[in-house]
Ligand binder design. Structure first.
Ligand code: FES
Length: 136
């Protein structure tokens, strides 16, 4: 292999690597969120979440939370704040969900109570089947 061929091979390799490193994130960004290996159901045991307790789960690759709301039963909400995407936390004493980034507050049904979030948290459908809670 002469010097010219070697340099061409190196440039081809570097160019290919740069192209792949640019195209792959672009394709992942443009891919619709519902595609791929998503759409599965998340199953949690009822006994794991007594009244007023919560459990962090993942639904379709999104952080979510199940709360056993007194007198209302189980509710499953996305933990992704609708303002800028920080993860909300369950404030059990205050009976609400709080966003640590800009003090957004949500009710236990996901509605905005205060702060900058423009819309409610995404709510997931769930079914109680025997001892299981099936989300999604
Ligand atoms: S990201 Fe939640 S209030 Fe701003």
């Amino acid at each position: 292999m002469n010097r010219r061929k070697f340099l061409k091979s190196v440039l081809f390799f570097l160019g290919s690597t740069a192209l792949v490193s640019f195209v792959y994130p672009l394709v992942r960004f443009l891919e619709p969120p519902g595609s791929g290996a998503q759409g599965g159901k998340t199953i949690v045991k009822r006994a794991e979440i007594p009244v007023s307790a919560s459990k962090n789960i993942v639904v379709n690759n999104t952080p979510a939370i199940i709360i056993n709301v007194p007198d209302k039963g189980f509710i499953a909400l996305s933990k992704v704040c609708t303002h800028l995407g920080c993860l909300v936390e369950y404030d059990k004493p205050g009976k609400r969900l709080l966003c640590p980034c800009h003090a957004g507050a949500f009710s236990l049904t996901g509605n905005v109570l205060s702060g900058p979030p423009p819309k409610p948290l995404q709510k997931y459908t769930l079914k109680v089947e025997g001892e299981d809670i099936v989300i999604g």
